[in-house]
Design a protein. Sequence first.
Lengths: 253, 490
Amino acid sequence: MNAVASSREQVLGRIRAALRGRQNSAATAGQAAEAYAGLARDYTMRGELTVRACQERFVERLREYDAEVTECAPEELGSTIAALLAASGRRIFVAPHGLPAEWLAAGFEWKIDQDLPAEEIEKADGVVTACFCGVADSGTIVLHHSAKEGRRVITLLPDWHLCIVRASEVVETLPEYFDRCQVSGIRGQKIGNEGTREQGNEQTGRPPGLVTWISGPSATADIEMTRIKGVHGPRFLNVVLVKDGEQGPGNRE
Amino acid sequence: MSAAAEQTVLDRAELDPAKAPPFPVAALPVLRNVQLRKNVAHAIDVIQAKRARLVAEKTDWQALRAAAAAIKDHVLENLGAYLEQFEERCTAAGGTVHWAADAADARRIILEILREEKADEVIKIKTMTSAEIQLNPFLEAAGVRTYETDLAEIILQLGEGEPSHIVVPALHVNRSQVREIFARRMGIENLSDEPKALTAAARNYLRQKFLLVPTAISGANFLIAETGGVVVVESEGNGRMCLTLPRTMITLAGIEKVLPRFQDLEVMLQLLARSATGERMNPYTSLWTGVTRGDGPQKFHVVLLDNGRSSILARKKERQTLRCIRCAACMNTCPVYRQTGGHAYGSVYPGPIGAILTPQLEQLRHAQSLPFASSLCGACYEVCPVKINIPEILIDLRAQVTDQERKTAGKFFDPMYVAMRSANLIFSRAWLFHAAQKMGRIGSRLFTRKDGWMHSLPSVGAKWTLTRDLRGLPRQTFHEWWAARERGAK
């Protein structure tokens, strides 16, 4: 381990020398924090679309990147999931252990993930999960891998992913997603309606430790820039947008 | 099949800057290879068009660029502190942080971890940093089989080729070449050359590897000092496979990859995919922090690589080189890269960013020809999402290379340096300058044709006129004309 320790000192020493000894003193730590807080951030933080227009953009951009989208009212969710599972022609589905019981449609084989081995997950035809957030601007679904979003592996091995997104979870811009993650971010904001999120790190005010941002199904353009849907991740991404009528903090009417 | 084709479809380019020939020499065979130039031009035309459309729709693009540049500059000014913070948080989250002063150090650390894991094979996510330290040949020689999992990297690994682009490394290979490589190396008969079929072949080829190989190696797009988190940006899901299924994960990251806070990703992620592949967001971006019980690898190592980066930090003007987020927008827009492709740069980092990064990483011991591989048109600066002023650095590096060369023995009498010293003498004295003009006018008359141009000069001047014509000097200079006009007015 001596060699490792000396490499550490060597690298940090070179950095310190390159920056002429400005590093690591208590005074500069305070200065660094101040300089960081003063960095110019003139980009768009908040969206400008109405709630409806924001949802429409979310749907449009998901579809543009080959995701299938179905919209439904909250009371139709159970039947919508059942109909989509049936239409997929698939039989065996994985579900994270925190998925609401009413989403587990009858007539299919459900594998509830409690540390299922990878080979078991690999044999499933599909997976159904919730999500933490949807970002309209880029048609992105964000998973924080809570009990209803599941471990990372379950949304990776099955070839078909159905993700349930509530309209109240959709924000317009990427910065608005980051606002939802932290109690005190760079904008020093406070997050309202914590009650709606039972899981994750937002209660502690710390950024999430595991995040997967998904924008459309797995894809490649490595051969002659021809976009091919589906390489190693799920080849089919289905989204149900539940019109729960709630208003996200970033959206205006 | 012909013997040559059987051996290898792709010409193996030399990407070790210490061994690669100078740019003008390396570029020649490519300029004669019509197929390769067609492949490169097609690929970058497609990316360029997509990027332009998505950048245009982003009304705050310039503000995002400015913020990204400011965040990166701030990190570089406080690099030691942020790296130590990253180390502390990553360790607290269950990761192990290693520091590598140079490439050999990094290779040794990674091999030690693999030996400890008794790993004789690893799966890899595309990482240019691992190509920089020439990790694969080192591991293969040490008895560890490496499996690249990114589609482009599989094409190169199986075809024994080298990357020519940092985002789409096999863009110089076309579908029929891919078909040939896959058919031969995967043993598939009747494989079609449809990208869909070729992609499916890669999926089948790797599926079992993902499920069975217990050790993986990745690069990193971003390290988060605030949390100790690591971010990998990808498209295919091969990254997620490597980050999720193995027992042990090793991440190799350049020291400049660190960001102060999680929230800084809101700037970087908006810029990166749009600049790199012309997508609003790439299909998959993964963030993980140390080890999470029950989810993903239970052993996690980060190797922080210097390998010349700290020497770039020391020069204030060149420091901005380290802002680079490896989007490749500069090479996609570069008129030189478009003609030569990536291999001529003799480095895993081609294009304008390579032309400034490689010589600096080599501390100008190698790759001295690269700062000259540019027309200084400035297109790279215009598209750079972190606003690296590449032309400015190119000029500065040219000066450094010239200074270095001028001091070497025998260069004192080199015609170029003699000419430059004479020019210096003449341009700094008005009477000498006027005298030189008069003499030049008389001398040049010998070579100026009827059309007013000099088409061929003798001696050292011939080098210039081999590819260019020179305007003959006018009969009167502006000064003379002005003086005559004044006299006439009186």
